[in-house]
Design a protein around this ligand. Structure first.
Ligand SMILES: NC(=O)c1ccc[n+]([C@@H]2O[C@H](COP(=O)([O-])OP(=O)(O)OC[C@H]3O[C@@H](n4cnc5c(N)ncnc54)[C@H](OP(=O)(O)O)[C@@H]3O)[C@@H](O)[C@H]2O)c1
Length: 246
C-alpha cells in the first residue's frame, strides 16, 4: 500500500504558553502535517529542526498580525488546523477579583485585551485565508468560567467577562463564516484545569485526577477538532468533547 505524503499544515497562536506549546509539539508528531507554525512574543527558534514547529515572532500589533497571517496562508497548501491559545488570568499587579471593589481599570483592560481582543484580531486577519482552505477547523481557547449559564459562584470578574465576550465574538464570527467561508469549523474550547503558569496559583483546591497535563489536553484538543466537521455552527466544548451552556 502506498503511503500518502503529508500535505496539511497547522498553526498555533500562543505557541509558547503551556497549552499552545503542547499542541504544537503534538501536531509535529502527527504524520498528517508537513508544517506546524507556532506564533509567540518570543524570539524564534534559530535552529529549528525537522520535527519541530516553525517559529514566528509577533508583537500582536494589527500590522504584525496581518503580516504573520499572510505569510502562513501564502506558504500553506492546505491549512487544516488552527488553535488560538492566548489568555491571562494573573500578572505582576493583577489577579482574579473576588469582589466588585477589587475592580481596576488597567487590570480589566489587560485581561480583556489578551483573552478577547487579541484572539478576535487573529481570527479577523485569518478569515480571508480560511476561505481558501476547505475544512479548516479552528479552536479558540475559552474557559468554562466564560459561560453565563454556568456561573453559579461569581467572582473572577475580568477573566469571566473577557471569556464571555470572546464567546460572543466567536458566535458572531461563526454566523458570518457560515455564509462566507462555509468550510470552517469554530470551537470555543475549555481545556479543564491544566498544569500551566496560568493555573499555577489556583491548583490547590483541584480534586485529585482533575489537574491535567498540557500533553493530555493537546491530545484531547486535537481529537475534538478531528471529530467536528464544518456544519455552519460554533461549538462550545470541554476537553471531553461535551457541550457547555453559553
Ligand atoms: N490552564 C488552565 O487551567 C486553563 C483553564 C481554562 C482555560 N485556559 C485557557 O487556555 C489558554 C492557554 O492558557 P495556558 O494555560 O496555556 O496559559 P499560559 O501557559 O500562561 O499561556 C498563556 C498564553 O497567552 C499568551 N499571553 C499571555 N499574556 C500575554 C500578553 N500580555 N500578550 C500577548 N500574549 C499573551 C502567551 O503568549 P506567548 O506564547 O507569546 O508566551 C501564551 O501563549 C488561555 O486562553 C486560558 O485562558 C486555561
Amino acid at each position: 500500500m502506498t503511503q500518502r505524503s503529508p500535505r496539511e499544515q497547522a498553526l498555533v497562536i500562543g505557541g509558547r504558553g503551556g497549552i499552545g506549546r503542547a499542541v504544537a509539539k503534538y501536531w509535529c508528531e502527527d504524520p498528517r502535517f508537513d508544517a506546524v507554525w507556532e506564533v509567540s512574543r518570543h524570539a524564534p527558534n534559530k535552529d529549528s529542526q525537522s520535527g519541530q514547529p516553525r517559529s514566528l515572532q509577533t508583537d500582536h500589533s494589527e500590522k504584525d498580525i496581518e503580516e504573520v497571517c499572510r505569510e502562513v496562508v501564502e506558504e500553506s497548501s492546505r491549512l487544516s488546523r488552527v488553535v488560538i491559545a492566548l489568555g491571562t488570568l494573573h500578572g505582576a499587579d493583577y489577579g482574579p477579583e473576588k469582589s466588585l471593589d477589587a475592580l481596576r481599570r488597567a487590570a480589566m483592560e489587560e485581561v480583556y485585551r489578551v483573552n478577547c481582543v487579541l484572539p478576535m484580531l487573529w481570527l479577523s486577519a485569518l478569515a480571508p485565508g480560511l476561505r481558501k482552505n476547505p475544512d479548516c477547523r479552528v479552536a479558540v481557547l475559552s474557559a468554562r468560567v466564560g459561560s453565563i449559564g454556568d456561573n453559579g459562584l461569581g467572582g473572577w470578574y475580568s477573566y469571566r467577562s473577557a471569556k464571555a465576550a470572546l464567546n460572543m465574538g466567536l458566535k458572531s464570527a461563526s454566523i458570518e463564516l457560515a455564509r462566507r467561508a462555509k468550510g470552517v469549523k469554530l470551537i470555543a474550547f475549555h481545556p479543564g484545569t491544566v498544569d500551566t503558569a496560568l493555573s499555577e496559583p489556583f491548583q490547590r483546591g483541584v480534586p485529585e485526577g482533575k489537574l491535567f497535563t498540557a500533553d493530555f489536553v493537546a491530545e484531547r484538543l486535537s481529537g475534538v477538532l478531528d471529530e467536528h466537521n464544518a456544519n455552519g455552527q460554533i461549538s462550545y466544548l470541554d476537553w471531553a468533547g461535551k457541550p457547555i451552556p453559553w
